[in-house]
Design a binder for this molecule. Structure first.
Ligand code: XMP
Length: 519
C-alpha cells in the first residue's frame, strides 16, 4: 500500500449533481477522490490530509442570499485547489477577483478561446475548442497573481491559474463529455499543477482492499449473500482473495431467476474464485407464498419477506457450524455519499435494516466496495478474474421474474418467460447490443390473451413485451431504437419456440412517464 494512495482529492459538493461525476473523473486520472459536503469547515477538510481540493459546480449565484461561500482560509493551507463553474467563481471571489452579474448567460456548448498565455492548463490544446458552460454570473477580473488562460464570449475570464500557489480553475464543466478536452485539463491540474502521482489503479484498489479486509476480519469468518449481480460477486471475490475459505457465500434460488443464472453462480463464479458456496433451493417456498397474488406491491413484499427469512435461516445454520461474525455487503460509494455518510465506518448492525432482528444474528459488516463507483467495481471484478457474463451483467431486479409476469406467478408461466427472456438476451448479445442498452426486461402478459394463427389452427395465446431501454442511472430512460432485423429475429424465435405465446410487442415508452419494469 503506498502512502499517497490513501490521501484523497476532496471534491466539495456545492449542491448540484456534478460532484460525483467530478470524483469519478479524478479517479480516471488515477487519483483517489472523495466527495464532501460544502458545509465541511476548512479544518474538517484539512483533517483528511487531502492531496488537493476541487470546488464543484453548483446551482447558485455567488450573490444569492445563503449561497455557499468558500472560506478564504482554505487558500492559506498550502493545499492545491481547482475551481469548477460555481466553485471557480467562489474561488475567484474569495481570492479578491471580480465576479459580476453581466446578464449574459452561457448554457450548453460554447467555444472556448485559449489566450496568448495558455499556461499549464491549456498549453498546446487547440486555440479554439468546444466546452460545456452553464452559468449566469461570470468572473470579469482574475485575482492578483493569476494568469487568464482562456476566455469565451460570455466569460471574459473562463480559466485562470497560479501555478506557483498550485491554484487553478475553469468556468466550464471539464467533467462532462461535451467538453472533449476537459479530462485532459483536469488531469493537468492533478498531475502537473498539484503534482500528484497517478497511483489509483485497479491493481492498487485490489491490494488496498485485500489488506483492509484482512485487518478488519483478522482470523474471523464471514458470510456473503450472492444475488448473481455484479456488486455482491465482486465483494465476495475480494473477500475470498483476502481470507480464502473462511468466507462462505450463500445463494438463494427463489425460482424467479433467469435461465442460466444459477449455473453462472454455482459453476462459473465458483470456478473463477474457488469460493465456498451454499445454495439454498427455496423455489417451492416462494411459489407457495406467491400463490394467488397478482398485485405488484404485494408480490414485492412477499418476495422480500421470504428472502429475508430464508437468508436468516441460512445464517443461523452457518453460525451453528462455525463462528461467523462478519457479513459482507456490496455497498457502493454513491450509496454512501447519498446517505450522507462519507467517512462512515461499518458498525455492528443488522443488514436488512428492518429493525428487530434477532439477537443471535448480529454481524459486523464488511463493505469492500464502499469507496468504489460501479465502473471501478466492474474493473476490479475483471482484475480478480471473474467472467465477463458476471462483470458486465445488466441490472436485474431483486424480485426477479416475479415482477415481470403480469398476473399470478406460477411455475409454468415462469418457465415460459424464462424461455422468451433467454431468446431475447441471446439475440441482443449476438447482435453486439449489450453495451448499448441499459437492460431489456422481457415481460409476460399472463392475464391477457389474443387471437392468432399458427400452422393451420387458430391460437389464443399470451403476448410477450420487449422493453429495451437506454439510461445513465435508471432514474430516467429512453426506449432503445433496436434494429428492425434484431427485433424481427427475436419475435420470430419467441413465437416459434415458446409455447402459448403468439405475439411479441415492443414498448416504446420513455421513463417518465413509464417505469422501466412493468410492475
Ligand atoms: P423502474 O421500474 O422503477 O426501475 O423504472 C428502475 C431500476 O430498478 C430496477 N428495479 C428493482 N430492483 N428491486 C430491485 O432490486 C425492485 O423491486 C426493483 N424494481 C425495479 C429495475 O430493473 C431498473 O433497473
Amino acid at each position: 500500500m503506498s502512502e499517497t494512495s490513501n490521501r484523497p482529492v476532496l471534491v466539495v459538493d456545492f449542491g448540484a449533481q456534478y460532484a460525483q461525476l467530478i470524483a469519478r473523473r479524478v479517479r480516471e486520472a488515477q487519483v483517489y477522490s472523495e466527495v464532501v459536503p460544502h458545509t465541511a469547515s476548512v479544518s474538517e477538510l484539512l483533517d483528511k490530509n487531502p492531496l488537493a481540493i476541487v470546488l464543484s459546480g453548483g446551482p447558485s449565484s455567488v450573490y444569492d442570499e445563503g449561497a455557499p461561500q468558500v472560506d478564504p482560509k482554505l487558500f492559506e493551507a498550502g493545499v492545491p485547489v481547482f475551481g469548477i463553474c460555481y466553485g471557480f467563481q467562489a474561488m475567484a471571489r474569495a481570492l479578491g477577483g471580480v465576479v459580476e452579474h453581466t446578464g449574459t448567460r452561457e448554457y450548453g456548448r460554447t467555444e472556448l478561446g485559449v489566450t496568448a498565455e495558455p499556461g499549464a492548463l491549456h498549453e498546446e490544446l487547440p486555440g479554439h475548442h468546444p466546452v460545456w458552460m452553464s452559468h449566469g454570473d461570470c468572473v470579469t477580473g482574475a485575482p492578483e497573481g493569476f494568469t487568464v488562460t482562456a476566455t469565451s464570449e460570455g466569460a471574459p475570464v473562463a480559466a485562470f491559474e497560479n501555478v506557483e500557489r498550485r491554484f487553478a480553475g475553469v468556468q466550464y464543466h471539464p467533467e462532462v463529455h461535451h467538453s472533449p478536452h476537459g479530462q485532459e485539463v483536469l488531469r493537468r491540474f492533478l498531475h502537473d499543477i498539484a503534482g500528484i502521482r497517478p497511483q489509483w489503479t485497479t491493481a492498487s484498489i485490489v491490494d488496498e482492499q485485500v489488506e483492509r479486509i484482512r485487518t478488519q476480519v483478522g482470523d474471523g469468518k464471514a458470510i456473503c449473500g450472492l444475488s448473481g449481480g455484479v456488486d455482491s460477486a465482486v465483494a465476495a471475490a475480494l473477500v475470498q482473495r483476502a481470507i480464502g475459505d473462511r468466507l462462505t457465500c450463500v445463494f438463494v434460488d427463489h425460482g424467479l431467476l433467469r435461465a442460466g443464472e444459477r449455473t453462472q453462480v454455482e459453476r462459473d463464479f465458483v470456478a473463477a474464485t474457488g469460493v465456498n458456496l451454499v445454495t439454498v433451493d427455496a423455489r417451492e417456498r416462494f411459489l407457495d407464498a406467491l400463490k394467488g397474488v397478482s398485485d405488484p406491491e404485494e408480490k414485492r413484499k412477499i418476495i422480500g419477506r421470504e428472502f429475508i427469512r430464508v437468508f436468516e435461516q441460512a445464517e443461523r445454520d452457518l453460525k451453528a457450524e462455525g463462528d461467523y461474525k462478519f457479513l459482507v455487503q456490496g455497498t457502493l460509494y454513491p450509496d454512501v455519499v447519498e446517505s450522507g455518510g462519507g467517512a462512515g465506518t461499518a458498525n455492528i448492525k443488522s443488514h436488512h435494516n428492518v429493525g428487530g432482528l434477532p439477537d443471535d444474528l448480529q454481524f459486523e459488516l464488511v463493505e469492500p466496495l464502499r469507496a468504489l463507483f460501479k465502473d471501478e467495481v466492474r474493473r476490479v471484478g475483471t482484475e480478480l478474474g471473474l467472467p465477463e457474463t458476471i462483470v458486465q451483467r445488466q441490472p436485474f431486479p431483486g424480485p426477479g421474474l416475479g415482477i415481470r409476469i403480469i398476473g399470478e406467478v406460477t411455475f409454468e408461466r415462469l418457465e415460459l418467460l424464462r424461455q422468451a427472456d433467454a431468446i431475447a438476451r441471446e439475440e441482443l448479445t449476438l447482435a453486439g447490443l449489450d453495451r448499448q442498452i441499459w437492460q431489456c426486461p422481457v415481460v409476460l402478459l399472463a392475464d391477457v390473451r389474443s387471437v392468432g394463427v399458427q400452422g393451420d389452427g387458430r391460437t389464443y395465446g399470451h403476448p410477450i413485451v420487449l422493453r429495451p431501454v437506454s439510461s445513465e442511472d435508471a432514474m430516467t430512460a429512453d426506449w432503445t431504437r433496436l434494429p428492425y432485423e434484431v427485433l424481427e429475429r427475436i419475435s420470430t424465435r419467441i413465437t416459434n419456440e415458446v409455447p402459448d405465446v403468439n405475439r411479441v410487442v415492443l414498448d416504446v415508452t420513455s421513463k417518465p412517464p413509464g417505469t422501466i419494469e412493468w410492475e
